[in-house]
Ligand binder design. Structure first.
Ligand SMILES: [Zn+2]
Length: 297
């Protein structure tokens, strides 16, 4: 590693430490559930002396179980190329308009390599944390945008204190509503992005896959948030030649074909792609719980 690289790493780590301090207390110890605070040397520490270092690359591991590393970094790199290439721009615009982002604290739950959160950060001024159990995704995310924090974490035991976030984003990723409810402030929002039936339909057709149904996922969301709003965002984006192979590599739809030269050749002929999604927005209501004093469930 060259000196310049070290300096970059250093400043990244320093900037993120400052951000952790600003947000503190927000983190919860994954081992004992106590509050974590920022100790000397960019370390998060709890009262029972469990401690978690901010890695040199600028991310932190807050998991009890080992992080998953079987997601290929190739997939995350492909996703980043496609998202940075602007194919999801209209979806980001729609998300940007759905909330008051200014000065808010936002969690991207299941961020992968963080490209969606980074794209939103370019549009809006908020404090953001991205989290995923896939270590390779978070490591890649940490190399980008300094003003965001990246955490390897298990959503089933989110390492955040109660009512820490104004909004939880959950984009093309499984949800854990119990934890979303706990870590979001009363009156805060959960924004979930679900693929629609025509999402990436050009690739689906090529791979011989039938149309995707989001019915179960949408129903699951409405069970949690009966008064949820849903916003359909559907558009076709031009796919520049340099993004055609990354597009193929970023989705499980076409994984089994990625070594198939004929298939790749056909995929290279995809000049436009359909991005068809449903954005679901639910409000967190905690009054009932605090008034009754106990959680009936
Ligand atoms: Zn602890």
């Amino acid at each position: 590693m060259k000196d310049k690289g070290d300096l970059n790493m250093q400043s990244k780590k320093e900037k993120r430490t400052a951000l952790m301090q600003k947000l503190s207390p927000i983190f919860r110890c994954p081992k004992c559930g106590e509050e974590l605070w920022v100790d000397e040397g960019s370390r998060l520490k709890c009262i029972r002396s469990h401690s978690f270092d901010l890695a040199r690359q600028g991310h932190v591991h807050l998991t009890k179980k080992p992080a998953v590393s079987n997601y290929s970094s190739e997939l995350f790199a492909a996703r980043r190329e496609v998202i940075e290439g602007g194919l999801y721009e209209k979806m980001h615009e729609a998300l940007g308009e759905l909330l008051d982002w200014e000065g808010k604290t936002i969690l991207d739950a299941g961020s992968g390599e963080g490209s969606h959160l980074m794209a939103l950060k370019k549009k809006k001024d908020f404090t953001g944390i991205g989290t995923d159990l896939a270590k390779s995704g978070i490591e890649m995310a940490a190399k980008g945008e300094d003003e965001l924090l990246w955490v390897v974490a298990d959503l089933a035991e989110a390492p955040f204190l109660d009512s820490s976030f104004d909004t939880v984003l959950n984009i093309f990723s499984p949800a854990n509503y119990e934890e979303f409810h706990r870590i979001t402030k009363n009156g805060g929002a959960v924004l979930k992005v679900v693929p629609g039936s025509r999402y990436l339909q050009e690739l689906r057709k090529l791979a011989g896959e039938s149309a995707y149904s989001n019915e179960d996922v949408v129903e699951g969301f409405y069970r949690q948030f009966p008064e949820a709003e849903s916003i359909k965002v559907s558009f076709t984006a031009a796919v520049p030649e340099n993004l055609r192979l990354p597009l193929l590599k970023m989705t499980p739809l076409t994984w089994k074909h990625t070594d198939d030269k004929d298939f790749q050749e056909k995929a290279r002929s995809i000049k436009e792609i359909t991005i068809d999604v449903l954005i679901l927005k639910g409000r967190i209501q905690k009054q009932h719980r605090s008034q009754s004093g106990a959680d009936p469930s």
